[in-house]
Design a protein around this ligand. Structure first.
Ligand code: SF4
Ligand code: FES
Length: 233
């Protein structure tokens, strides 16, 4: 594969054709913030926290999606990109419970985002869904990053138990027809929980441990009913 020469914040770097700006920047020693991006998921460019400036391109460009081209000049931390990141963080904080999203909390601090900037914003608040012995779904903490949907589909599991529902502010993640999880195709592999960056999906045992239950009580609550005896052949 041909090599591409680019400039990242005045540093020259050579990367294989097809490399994203994000990965080229990493090679140049720059960490561009990401939220929806995950190394093992298809990038969809949903959160836009990773925007950078590219010489000759008017709009800010999401670094996780766009690939480098020969001679490209990228600025990873211009005033404009940083202001945009800060506003995204402020909007997220205005609507979503980020209390269990440590990476996003770090970005809020790093970009000095004012989490109270939009005091009149409507918050996305939903009851916690506790419909199976394996994990809880607290969509008040969901930032719609799409990672869980992707690992449940073509990125890993090919199970298709969850997808987007609704439009605009009402957009959410749900099972088909809002069925309880045990009535879906979910195989409880846990991959969705593993990629969720905000604690919206949480192992039930972890949650019960946090609530102070004993190990015996936790086992009782999560083992999914009595042990069934196998029928003799
Ligand atoms: S539940 Fe978690 S992984 Fe799924 S979209 Fe929401 S924040 Fe992302
Ligand atoms: S990390 Fe690039 S758009 Fe979300």
């Amino acid at each position: 594969m041909a090599d591409i020469n680019v400039t990242i914040d005045a540093d020259a770097v050579t990367v294989p054709a097809g490399t994203t700006i994000l990965k080229a920047a990493e090679k140049a020693g720059r960490q561009i913030p990401t939220i929806c991006y995950h190394d093992h998921c298809t990038a969809n460019g949903l959160c836009r926290i990773c925007v950078v400036e590219v010489d000759g391109v008017k709009p800010l460009v999401p670094a996780c999606l766009n690939r480098v081209s020969e001679g490209m000049k990228v600025s990873t931390s211009s005033t404009r990109a940083e202001r945009s990141r800060r506003t995204i963080l402020e909007m997220l904080a205005s609507a979503v419970d980020l209390s269990e999203a440590p990476e996003i909390q770090k970005f809020i601090d790093a970009y000095r985002a004012d989490t109270a900037r939009f005091p009149d914003a409507e918050r996305r608040e939903y009851p916690v869904l506790d419909d199976n012995p394996m994990y809880l779904r607290d969509y008040s903490k969901c930032i719609l990053c799409w990672r869980c949907v992707q690992v449940c589909a073509e990125d890993a599991q090919y199970t298709y138990a969850i997808n987007f529902k609704g439009r605009g502010f009402e957009t959410g993640i749900a099972t088909f027809f809002d069925k309880p999880m045990p009535e879906t195709t979910c195989v409880f592999c846990g991959q969705c929980v593993g990629v969720c960056p905000t604690g919206a999906l949480k192992p039930k045992r972890e949650s019960l441990l946090e609530q102070g239950l004993s190990l015996d009580e936790i086992m009782q609550a999560t083992r999914g009913g009595k042990k069934r005896r196998r029928k003799s052949p």
